[in-house]
Design a protein around this ligand. Structure first.
Ligand SMILES: Nc1ncnc2c1ncn2[C@@H]1O[C@H](COP(=O)(O)OP(=O)(O)OP(=O)(O)O)[C@@H](O)[C@H]1O
Ligand SMILES: [Mg+2]
Length: 370
């Protein structure tokens, strides 16, 4: 079985420790501090919070995932569902019903497993009052048994028609939940940053910022090496250098590449840098359709700019060198082009310039020699 996991939350033996960050986060949780967790995509924000809450905290986890939340009704439903599943994990049937009576839980039987399942009978129309009601319920539940609220993809509230109002509504209650640690995480770094640093947002300075960066290189190499060795593969240190270089040390991408190296090798093999080519081709085979459907959305200029970013790097896309290498006549429309590529989430802005969201897309462009 392939021991490398990606595209999902990792915990337990699949989680490479982040000792200092976990300790700091556990301390914040213990003291009821609100925290906002920042970091690049697939760097490990959700896994860090999940692992810390499950293994280093006595509090129960109320996990509300707001990815692609669409409306106030949807927000209500997701909060209610999170409350229900937390109670289901820790309580008895009667207790769940009495605690959640206001939410009108509906009990049914799963026809396959025979297990009870619950759903929430959503109110006909969600009003600010019904959201406030759930926040009050969270406080009551915390008094019975301490909990921590983990709100993931928090920036997606910005999708709601009345985002500012919704932030204000949430904040008006959360600010009185002084005993409850709220952990906010999100994958769109700039949007998250803005929510917590813009004085016009109700969440301005309402949580301590915590940065999640690359995993410690030695710890992560040992963690990966151990998995390769357990499967009879020997790996050179040069190959590790190459893996980290190709992926900018983003944990999810490192694991994806290691997973492909695993698939393209067998027990007893010794792997060096020459193994990377086959592994990348395996990734392209899985992902090329996605890359191609991105490419058809681009104008000729946007393609030139993208290929230029892949070849030259994204540190200075306005420089004469970049323009020349990319075959672009003038810098006049570069800003617009970069904005379009960012809007499509193909690239993002990093402190050191523009980067590909998916490093394998970048390598595919070079490989195809587009
Ligand atoms: N501590 C870790 N040890 C090993 N692998 C990790 C660790 N953290 C993250 N990963 C890898 O990164 C992938 C993404 O992790 P996770 O979903 O936690 O990141 P995220 O930052 O929340 O991502 P997103 O930006 O998509 O929300 C995991 O599937 C796993 O492959
Ligand atoms: Mg996440």
């Amino acid at each position: 079985m392939n021991p490398f996991k990606y595209g999902q939350v990792v915990s337990g033996v699949d989680f490479c420790p982040r000792p200092e960050t976990q300790k700091q986060l556990a301390n914040y949780i213990q003291s009821g501090q609100n925290v906002v967790v920042y970091g690049e995509r697939r760097i490990g924000k959700t896994s860090l919070i999940y692992e810390t809450l499950t293994n280093a905290s006595k509090r129960r986890m109320l996990h509300i995932d707001l990815m692609d939340v669409k409306s106030l009704e949807d927000l209500h439903a997701r909060m209610a569902k999170a409350i229900l599943s937390m109670e289901q994990r820790s309580g008895s049937l009667e207790k769940i019903f009495s605690l959640l009576a206001g939410l009108r839980p509906v009990l049914a039987m799963d026809p396959y497993t025979g297990q009870p399942t619950f759903s929430i009978d959503a109110p006909a129309k969600t009003t600010p009052n019904s959201i406030e009601g759930l926040l009050d319920l969270i406080e009551t539940l915390n008094q019975k048994k301490p909990l921590a609220v983990f709100i993931d993809e928090f920036q997606d509230i910005l999708n709601l028609p009345d985002a500012n109002h919704t932030f204000a509504l949430l904040r008006s209650k959360i600010q009185f939940h002084q005993e409850i640690p709220y952990l906010f995480a999100g994958s769109i770094r700039n949007a998250m940053w803005d929510i917590f640093t813009n004085p016009d947002n109700a969440f301005y300075k309402s949580a301590l910022p915590m940065e999640v960066g690359a995993l410690n290189r030695d710890l992560f190499s040992d963690f990966l090496l151990h998995k390769f060795e357990a499967g009879g593969r020997r790996i050179t240190s040069e190959l590790f250098e190459e893996i980290f270089e190709l992926t900018d040390q983003v944990a999810g991408d490192v694991q994806e590449l290691c997973g492909a190296l695993w698939e393209t090798s067998a027990a007893g093999d010794g792997l060096d840098e020459s193994a990377v080519g086959d592994a990348l081709e395996r990734i392209y085979a899985q992902e090329a359709k996605g890359y191609e459907s991105c490419m058809v959305l681009l104008t000729a200029l946007q393609v030139k700019c993208l290929v230029g970013l892949a070849r030259v790097g994204g540190e200075a896309p306005f420089s004469a060198r970049f323009l020349q290498e990319a075959g672009i006549a003038t810098s006049a429309s570069i800003t617009k082009t970069l904005n379009r590529l960012m809007k499509l989430k193909i690239i993002f802005k990093h402190e050191q310039g523009y980067r590909f969201t998916n490093p394998f897309f970048k390598n595919w462009l070079l490989w195809k020699n587009i």
